[in-house]
Design a protein around this ligand. Structure first.
Ligand code: C2E
Ligand code: MG
Ligand code: MG
Length: 822
């Protein structure tokens, strides 16, 4: 982190040490002394000058003092200026003071002026002056008096002069003394000045030497500091380059930049910050070298391991002088290594996410979104190149049942296996997608014609219908496939998907036709089918469902031994619908449970009514039951309660379950065991269409076998193999003490053959169509026998009340075969 300390480095700082301070103090004191001496000297000079001036004045004028007057004579001694009246005391005192001042001024002492010569001269003068008149003399008298006074005055002057001369010698001596003193002072002053100057010079030299030395060391410290600062700045630059580069790379990683370019950036950053001449990163098949083409043949100076879960592990290697890599370089390289790991992980997880977003989690196949993307692209290509394109919509039959019976985990395994088989059947260029549940779509961008598409669909069907082994048990599903082709009029992938879906739906509803190619006429029909789903939900409450009963008879006599309950849907104003058209729908949407409950209740109530009326006393009512009903909790108790409530013995009821249903339910289902234990019989419906082998029959919890009507039909065609099969079923049923009922007997020939083969019970249009309750009751009332025509057999005619399924409507889709197994 950059601090102010680094930004503003201090310059060299000069401070005086103690010695310097002492010398400076001495110097200051010397200067003060010099100044003081200077002052003193000028004072002496003044005093000397004044003294000289005074001496001069004394020699220039003479003042004489007389006892009672004052006479002043100038040097020229020409004039006596005045005489002061003597008896004026005040004035006399003032004159005395004046005289003393004059004496002092002339360098004379009072003693001098009292010398005898001087006194005598003075007295003489005084005596003359005393005689002179007071005041200013008139001009005429002056010369006279001057002649008198002046000789005395001159005498006094002589005396004074002598005194003064004596005094001058003394004065001269004094002057010489003063001069000597002055000279001595000057010499001392000069010596002191010189020594002060020398001292100052020494001090200056010493101070300057000291300052230079201090400056140099401060300069060196400053340079050192600047170097440290420069290095720190350089380091900071590298740190900030690392931080900046790292931030940019992180941003690119965060914004999912292409991994190869991010790795290039990382390698460049590693080279820039470490200062290494060459850096190489190798991960899997990826290698990045910076600078491009640099020599990376030697031993790396630094190696960091880059682990990537997808491509395995790799390395970040730095070439050059290992010594040159400082601590920051190492830190930078470790960071670059971590960034590379992060980038690879990010890339892997982005790829994973994108894969997850476009693939089905369970099977790994493409999902709807990927399929639609590829479909759109294929459509464009197909249009541009004029090549065909086919879409196959595959839906597993009976998967829901299987899923319910083997559990969801088992169902998932089955789907995974189905997906694997599907992928193995198509070409590399095809796309197999799972739309969810048991729906798969195959997109074939290059299928030249309808024949090839059908062949592929058949291959798919063959592959998918091979039994699945789930948790050691076998499960069976089939598949319905709808095919559609793109042509110039195809607008979008969605449209194509819908067409394939419609074709598949139609295939599902058409018994035995598992593969269907879309044509536009199907659409309305399928839409109608979808409406059916909504309508069925209200059918029970609106009372539109009816039970029809088909007699089960003794083959040779036609005596009725029981009835099979078969549902019909009477929609107001519309053709009657038969079970094949809506039972799969009810199975799919779960309504079968409610519908089945209603059929059971209706059957039991009707039988109870009949028995109460003395009819059907030893007849058994067979009710078709869906495995979903059996799986409902409390189903067995509910059935037994219904029987008990109606006062019927459990033996009066038989429930029919198809082979598929039984296998799906797992053979020993507790509900079936409970019902059988109570006396309700279980019939194995549509035997021969499923997958259980004859030997498996022994283990199934059933009391009756209903041989599928396809066997009876085949007998009519005189197929020997079929005869043998039927014969063995008859034998097996007998061996296992199982009741055998042959379904769908339509002709006398079939009946006769069956009789020949040892079968004794059956049902079919030869004897009677399924009829509504009233007609069934009428049958019982009229003796309980179905009359068998002596020749021919079923001609397709039926009573108007109970139309044959094939006559009830002209819409093919509403004429499902009874054995629709979806
Ligand atoms: P299924 O149990 O095998 O019923 C026999 C089917 O064969 C009935 O068709 C019946 O009308 C038909 N049939 C009888 N004799 C002949 C004949 O001589 N020739 C031909 N071609 N067909 C004959 P339906 O009524 O269409 O029923 C079809 C299937 O619907 C039934 O097959 C049964 O599996 C199921 N089903 C019917 N009613 C119910 C029900 O109430 N609940 C359940 N869960 N399924 C039902
Ligand atoms: Mg049945
Ligand atoms: Mg049947």
């Amino acid at each position: 982190m950059i601090t102010d300390r680094w930004l503003t480095p201090p310059g060299p700082r000069l401070t005086l040490n103690r010695g310097q301070q002492l010398v400076a103090a001495v110097l200051v004191m010397l200067l003060i002394a010099l100044v003081a001496i200077g002052f003193q000297s000028s004072a002496d000079q003044n005093a000397y000058s004044q003294h000289s001036a005074r001496s001069e004045a004394a020699t220039t004028n003479t003042l004489f003092t007389v006892r009672d007057s004052l006479t002043y004579i100038d040097r020229a001694q020409q004039y006596l200026l005045g005489v002061v009246p003597r008896r004026d005391v005040q004035l006399a005192r003032a004159m005395l003071a004046q005289r003393l001042r004059v004496i002092a001024t002339n360098g004379l002492t009072a003693a001098d002026s009292t010398g005898p010569d001087y006194r005598a001269a003075l007295a003489a003068l005084d005596a003359v002056v005393a005689k002179a008149p007071p005041g200013l003399l008139p001009v005429g008298q002056r010369d006279q008096w001057a002649g008198t006074i002046l000789p005395r005055s001159e005498a006094l002057s002589e005396r004074a002069h002598e005194l003064a001369t004596d005094n001058q010698v003394e004065q001269h001596r004094m002057d010489r003394l003063a001069e000597r003193n002055l000279l001595r002072g000057r010499v001392v002053q000069l010596a002191m000045l010189i020594s002060a100057l020398i001292l100052a010079a020494i001090l200056l030299w010493w101070v300057s030497a000291n300052v230079v030395r201090q400056y140099r060391s401060a300069r060196k410290a400053f340079d050192d500091e600047r170097e440290v600062l420069r290095q720190t700045e350089f380091r900071l630059d590298r740190v900030s380059a690392l931080e900046r580069g790292q931030a940019q790379i992180l941003e690119r990683i965060a914004t999912a930049g292409p991994v190869s370019s991010v790795l290039r950036q990382i390698v460049q950053l590693a080279a820039d910050v470490s200062g290494a001449p060459a850096v190489r990163m190798s991960i899997g098949r990826r290698t990045v070298i910076y600078p491009p083409g640099a020599d990376v043949s030697g031993t790396p100076a630094w190696t960091g391991v880059v682990t990537d879960n997808v491509d395995g592990s790799g390395t970040l290697q730095v070439f050059g002088d290992a010594e040159a890599l400082d601590e920051l370089a190492h830190t930078a390289l470790v960071r670059c290594r971590d960034l590379a790991v992060l980038s690879l992980e990010r890339d892997a997880s982005a790829r994973r996410l994108s894969y997850q977003a476009s693939h089905d989690a369970l099977t790994g196949l493409a999902n709807r979104s990927l399929l639609l993307t590829r479909l759109s692209k294929s459509l464009l290509l197909s249009r541009r190149r004029g090549t065909p394109l086919a879409l196959l919509f595959c839906d597993l039959d009976r998967f829901k049942m299987v899923n319910d019976s083997i559990g969801h985990a088992g169902g998932d395994q089955l789907l995974i296996e189905a997906a694997r088989r599907l992928s193995g059947t198509v070409r590399e260029s095809d796309t197999v997608a799972r739309l969810g549940g048991d729906e798969f779509v195959v997109l074939c961008p290059e299928l030249p014609d309808r024949t090839q598409a059908l062949a592929l669909a058949n291959r798919i069907r063959t592959a998918l219908s091979v039994p699945y082994t789930i948790d050691g048990k076998e499960a069976f599903v089939d598949v319905s496939i709808g095919i559609t082709f793109a042509d110039e009029s195809t607008v979008s992938g969605h449209e194509l998907m819908r067409e394939a879906d419609v074709a598949m739906y139609r295939a599902k509803l058409t018994d035995g036709h598992h593969i269907n190619v879309f044509d536009s006429t199907l659409e309305a029909e399928v839409a109608q089918r979808l409406d059916l789903d909504a309508a069925l939900r209200h059918a029970v409450e609106r009372g539109e469902l009816r039970c029809s009963a088909q007699p089960i008879v003794v083959l040779d006599t036609g005596v009725i031994t029981g009835f099979e309950m078969l549902l019909q849907w009477h929609r107001p104003g519309l053709p009657v619908l038969y079970p094949g058209a809506f039972i799969p729908l009810a199975e799919d949407n779960g309504m079968i449970v409610e519908i089945g409950r209603w059929v059971l209740h209706e059957t039991i109530q009707t039988l109870a009514q009949w028995r109460a009326d003395g009819l059907a006393l030893d007849l058994t009512m067979s009710v078709n039951v869906s495995p979903r009903q059996v799986r409902e909790t409390g189903f067995a108790e509910e059935v037994l309660q219904m029987l008990a409530a109606a006062g019927l013995p459990p033996e009066a009821l038989m429930i029919e379950l198809t082979e598929h249903a039984l296998v799906d339910l797992r053979v020993a289902h507790p509900t079936l065991a409970r019902l059988r234990e109570a006396g309700v019989s279980v019939s194995l419906d549509d035997f021969g269409t499923g997958y259980s082998s004859l030997t498996q029959l022994r283990t199934l919890p059933v009391d009756q076998i209903k041989l599928d009507r396809s066997f009876a039909a085949a007998l009519d065609e005189g197929d020997d193999k079929q005869r043998a099969v039927v014969q063995s079923v008859v034998a097996l049923a007998r061996a296992l003490s199982l009741d055998l009922v042959v379904e769908g007997i339509e002709t006398i020939a079939e009946r006769d053959t069956l009789l020949d083969l040892g079968a004794d019970k059956g049902q079919g249009f030869l004897y009677h169509h399924p009829v509504l309750w009233d007609a069934a009751r009428a049958l019982l009332e009229s003796g309980g026998v179905c009359p068998v025509p002596s020749d021919g057999g079923y001609t397709g005619l039926a009573s108007s009340e109970n139309p044959s399924p094939s006559e009830s409507t002209t819409v093919t889709s509403q004429l499902p075969s009874p054995s629709v197994s979806t």
